[in-house]
Design a protein around this ligand. Sequence first.
Ligand SMILES: Cc1ncc(COP(=O)(O)O)c(C=O)c1O
Length: 416
Amino acid sequence: MTTSTQGVFNIGAVRADFPALAREHHPGTPLVYLDNAATTQKPRQVIDELDRYYREYNANVHRGIHLLSEEATAAYEEARLKVRRFIGAASRREVIFTRGTTESLNLVAQAWGRANLGPGDVVLSTVMEHHSNIVPWQILAGEKGFTLRFLSVTPEGKLDLDEYQRILASEPVKLVTVAAVSNVLGTVNPVAEMARLAHAHGALILVDAAQAVPHMALNVQSLDADFLAFSGHKMAGPTGIGVLYARRALLDAMPPWMGGGDMISRVTLTGTTWNELPYKFEAGTPSIAEAIGLGYAVDYLTGLSMEAVHAHERMLTSYALERLAEVPGLTLYGPEADERGAVVAFTVQGIHAHDVAQVLDMHGVAVRAGHHCAQPLHDHLGVAASARASFYLYNTTDEIDALIDGLYAARRTFRI
Ligand SMILES: Cc1ncc(COP(=O)(O)O)c(C=O)c1O
């Protein structure tokens, strides 16, 4: 690994790996891509492997007794092994490929939740969750009659662990489901400590790691997570592929939630037995190219080292918080730099978040505006929408300067 003025790896070489970063936004305006919490750009190492799969060995997996199918199956299963190592799972059987975090969370609700939750049980979530960690539980609660509770968020944008312990001690919580990193506040939640406390009270914990796995070294065993979900497209991989990690004993006991090809051992007209793990939870033709691509994204991140990625992003986030604080009328949401991931949401007094994003877009700066699939959190913050800049391993402090220049331009445009 080389060092640079921008962080702990050679940022010029890293940027050269991502073809989309070289394009112009409008003619003559460079692209400043700061919408990484929504999805990240892809390096040529991933794009090339997707291309190679389709050109050279496109075939269905686990089925054909022919060369191409064997090559596709080997590459698909190799990707599973890469993911297993990356998150420190004990076995490849604990790594289920899904279409993304949303599907992983729904899988837990529909397979584990449907079999284990009923009247009198409590599922404990938080106000800062993405809709994909709220709605599946609301749907299931309506059917199964359990109670869905939400931890509140402190004015600093953090969870209150005292409140957490009080609820665990006084209510029949069966599952805690929490984001490792908020996609709006950027808050890094103390999930290892939350897991310890959940287990001490006989509850399981599901970690939504969509904004964590791409950005920091994470080990499911040291976290002691029972379930953990993430998406490939937020970590330099393709869309349409994600992961559910779950403890083997839980997966063994859970019924499947989707039926179809590959997830069966034997089907008769009167009944079916299930395939072994992980295939019991992978019905139908999976996202083969995408899983292989995710494996190469994992290789790419591992090559840089997650510690280096995290250090680079922390440097960017500290710099962004410092510079954003200079902009008059700007309200920042979430905790200090040392307690947050690479996400910065804000509002600018007198300018709607969509207008902020529009003016930034005119300056080549891509951010997201809206509720970021976290409406309950925005209700809690008392704003309908916010603008959000989110960083990844290829961003630079110059790009944050471009964001700030764009914000001053927005103020001028709206005469504020
Ligand atoms: C914290 C969090 N959870 C879940 C999701 C859903 O991810 P996906 O749309 O890839 O399923 C996101 C995506 O923004 C997220 O940020």
